[in-house]
Design a protein around this ligand. Sequence first.
Ligand code: ADQ
Length: 451
Amino acid sequence: MLALDPVMRALGGTWVAWGHGDADPAVVDENDRVAVPPEEESYTLRRLWLTEEEVENYYLGYSNQALWPLCHNVLEHVRFRDRFWNAYRKVNTKFAHGVVDEMEERGGLVWFQDYHLALAPREVRRARSDLTLGHFWHIPWPPWETFRVCPQKTEILEGLLSNDLLGFHLESFVTNFLNTCVRELDAFVDWAKKAVVHQGHMTHVRDLPISIDVERFERMASSPETEERIDAVREEHDLDGQRVAIGVDRLDYSKGILERLEALRILFREHPELVGELTFVQIAVPSRTEIPAYAHLEEKVDRRIEELNAALSTDGWKPVVYIKDPMPQDELVAFYRMADVAVVSSVQDGMNLVVKEFIASQDEEDPGAVCLSEFAGASDEINHSIPVNPFYTEGFAEDLRRALDQPLERRRDSMEKMKATLREHSIHAWMADFLSAAGEARRDAERHARR
Ligand code: ADQ
């Protein structure tokens, strides 16, 4: 998880993570450890090895065909299979053992990341009741009416309630989670304190929206190398003299890429003056391609883009430039800087870091405009974008037009406000907030246990 690298660099400590490919086993020592990053060793990676079958059933199975679609409210993609669940339990046990092993005799904090590890806290708690356990859930928590379809709902909830602190991006996810605990477990919820007591243990549940390393993006964006890259990118993709709108996503059904392409089709139909003037750059890195829902999405996105380009291209111009290769961040920043409009159209998204990266990369004199889905968690914080509803295609198309027409003064003013919000809350502030909330949660859990 690239987003967390700055956190680990600042904290030091050990990151227990699954290793794969040929390179990972080659670089670890006899205890499966390696100091990283190579150029400036700041923390330790402890690798765990998963079999192919575990990857298929734990990662591609329960994590990404049960929990991911469930939490994003897309029940049509949910697959509950016994072999998925068995592998999820087994791998969570493996992680719990890895963590306990790494902690040795030490006290301190164990910080679990995400939906792949819902069961591990319970096992770590059983082995080490003295540790502080915190967990951050990077995706939405759905309403109880959705979560209740999960056959393993009790185990998932009890795993998460073994933490002292459980963090989500948004207040609404916290509310959904607390409500789920009441409805499913009949647990005691202190709504004022946002805490759950279950089987004698108290867990604080907090909204702690994640951010990015804002300064790093600002630095990269204003570097002379980025200026050079912008020229190179314009030339490579025939963008000279073009207005550019951009979308950057993992190819995931939660990101609303098809909805965006449909809005683009309508935009060109309703505003033919944009033909030959506007290029949409879609950077979309294929993801989880072994899962049928993802393979189908990729095929559909490929086809829609081909159709749009076949229908509208003129000599030397095409409406969509489609880039599917993963890109290093400094190159991505050149695209962010070059674009006149960023389009984030998630149909459901825990946060969305792309919009934050785009904002941090803008030049204050001549910034781009931001179209941001109302259903991306980021829209709770970022109040000066153009809000879009990806489910209402004609309205979405007009929002794109508005973004392209936004006068410079308005863009400057909105960007200044969005940047100010972002600077107040970078990834370092998120980390500090989480750590302090974890300490407070632990003290409260101990007080409660003594009562
Ligand atoms: P994701 O859904 O994976 O994560 P998102 O917030 O959309 O994440 O960020 C994607 C990241 O991948 C960004 O840093 C972006 O720069 C990078 N990226 C995207 N396309 C790329 C490409 N082609 N090449 C290189 N990099 C690319 C989950 C949740 C989100 C939540 C994050 C963090 O689903 O809602 O914001 O975790 O908590």
